[in-house]
Design a protein. Structure first.
Length: 126
């Protein structure tokens, strides 16, 4: 019985510490994750900055930003984003063909809510 209680206490502590680690992970809180360009002319490049705040207790490290096609490019904050500091992701869309579009970028970081999905959408006109 004594052995059972020890195992129970150790298991409970392990689960508690594991849960604490998940809660302590930083969170990327974006002002907005969708940018609607509206209508833009063919051949125009659109650059949008998605800003976020680190709402956790540890620094955020952005490891990669992956886009869904060659039409979008990205750059982002390279240094660690400390708690309550702001970071950014820049997405560039090159309007090369006419019609409606929706382009996606995935932000991979050490954050609890990673990957975060960002979208730029609109319509390219003549």
């Amino acid at each position: 019985m004594n052995k059972f209680i020890k195992v129970l206490i150790i298991s409970t502590l392990f689960i508690s510490f594991s849960a604490q680690k998940i809660v302590d992970k930083p969170v990327m809180e974006f002002k907005s994750t969708i940018y609607n360009v509206g209508k833009i002319k063919l051949g125009k490049k659109i650059k949008h900055t998605f800003e976020f705040t680190n709402k956790g207790n540890e620094p955020i490290f952005i490891m990669n930003v992956q886009t869904t096609c060659g039409c979008t490019a990205s750059e982002w904050t390279k240094k660690p984003i400390q708690p309550n500091e702001k970071g950014f992701i820049n997405i560039v869309f090159d309007a090369k063909s006419i019609g409606k579009f929706s382009k996606t970028a995935y932000v991979y970081a050490n954050a609890k809510n990673s990957p975060v999905t960002l979208k730029i959408k609109g319509e390219v006109i003549k």
